[in-house]
Design a binder for this molecule. Structure first.
Ligand SMILES: Nc1ncnc2c1ncn2[C@@H]1O[C@H](COP(=O)(O)OP(=O)(O)OP(=O)(O)O)[C@@H](O)[C@H]1O
Ligand code: SF4
Ligand code: SF4
Length: 284
């Protein structure tokens, strides 16, 4: 089973939930940190990184000796990543979405593919938890292809936890797509509710079953609870604001280690998701 841990809003406690879930579940579990712009699950899990791979995306390379300046490539590219200016062809690799369209339409075979570096994929393990994350190159905007590389590490069986990026844009969709369940971590505040609504609409489009974890549950009002009820969204866990949780985080620890009663609650959470999806997590 693949569970995405997502949130419309940053800082709600996604990584806290994902990492504590990973260490609480018994049985085969992997955590894929798809927040490639700012991966931080490794700071808590501290996996031994066993393999590092550079991830590239194909972009066009023009052979001007073959080009007849017909402009078909430029007309094809909806991202304005290629422009014919006089007798030369300019490419803007950082705008290219690697669709291959320009290469397909070039009548002269003047376009080949070359790799543009996006970042690195690092894989490893710790205490029985398999781990992978992507690190996007500084200044790079094209996160989805790197996220897809991290997602390609998904096991065939056992439990896979995806720590998704915050928000509701393309990177989040790339992280959540084709997962079995989305756990939306939210907080009971007006900002939390606003961003939760956006996230719920995105997950509805993907047609993935979802449920909520309300974090800092004792700190706001009951509008998130009322919204969940109206939408028929199950509230699967409530975590209070707790100084010990914040202190564990700032030490780079997972709070379920210091408060083992939470391990049982996280296991129950997976059990509830198994019931809702009718899928087994492969966990004991
Ligand atoms: N229940 C809680 N009680 C006290 N502090 C908490 C609680 N949950 C999270 N925090 C604090 O909130 C901050 C953000 O947590 P976390 O990094 O897990 O959020 P996130 O949603 O993963 O953030 P990002 O958007 O950066 O991915 C941390 O400083 C953490 O200590
Ligand atoms: S591969 Fe696609 S996005 Fe990139 S330059 Fe060619 S047409 Fe544009
Ligand atoms: S489609 Fe090919 S031949 Fe035409 S301008 Fe582009 S690179 Fe040149």
């Amino acid at each position: 089973m693949i569970i995405s841990i997502a949130s419309g809003k940053g800082g709600t406690g996604k990584t806290t939930v994902a990492t504590n879930l990973a260490i609480s579940v018994e049985g085969p579990v992997q955590l894929l940190d798809c927040d490639v712009e700012e991966p931080n699950a490794h700071l808590f899990l501290k996996p031994a990184i066993e393999e590092t791979k550079t991830v590239t995306t194909p972009v066009p390379d023009i052979d001007l000796d073959k080009c007849n300046q017909c402009k078909k490539c430029m007309e094809m590219c909806r991202f304005k990543a290629i422009a014919v200016v006089g007798d030369t062809v300019l490419t803007f690799p950082e705008l290219c979405h690697s669709c291959g369209g320009c290469m397909a339409v070039c009548p002269e075979g003047a376009i080949t593919e070359t790799g543009r570096e996006l970042g690195v994929l690092e894989t490893g393990a710790v205490n029985g938890v398999s781990f992978a994350h992507g690190r996007l190159r500084v200044g790079e905007a094209m996160a989805p292809p790197l996220i897809r590389e991290v997602r390609d590490c998904t096991w065939d069986d056992g439990l896979t936890l995806i720590d998704a990026p915050p928000g509701t844009s393309c990177p989040v969709i790339a992280a959540m797509k084709d997962t079995d369940f989305v756990l939306l971590v939210t907080e009971p505040t007006p900002f939390g509710l606003h961003d939760l609504k956006l996230a719920v609409e995105a997950v509805k489009i993907l047609k993935i079953p979802m449920g909520l974890v309300i974090n800092r549950a004792d700190m706001g009002d009951d509008t998130v609870t009322a919204y969940a009820r109206a939408e028929g969204l199950p509230i699967l866990m409530e975590i209070p604001f707790d100084r010990q949780i914040a202190e564990s985080y700032s030490r780079g620890d997972m709070f379920a280690l210091a408060m083992p009663e939470w391990k049982a609650r996280f296991r129950e959470l997976v059990g509830q998701i198994e019931t809702l999806t009718g899928k087994g997590a492969g966990a004991k």
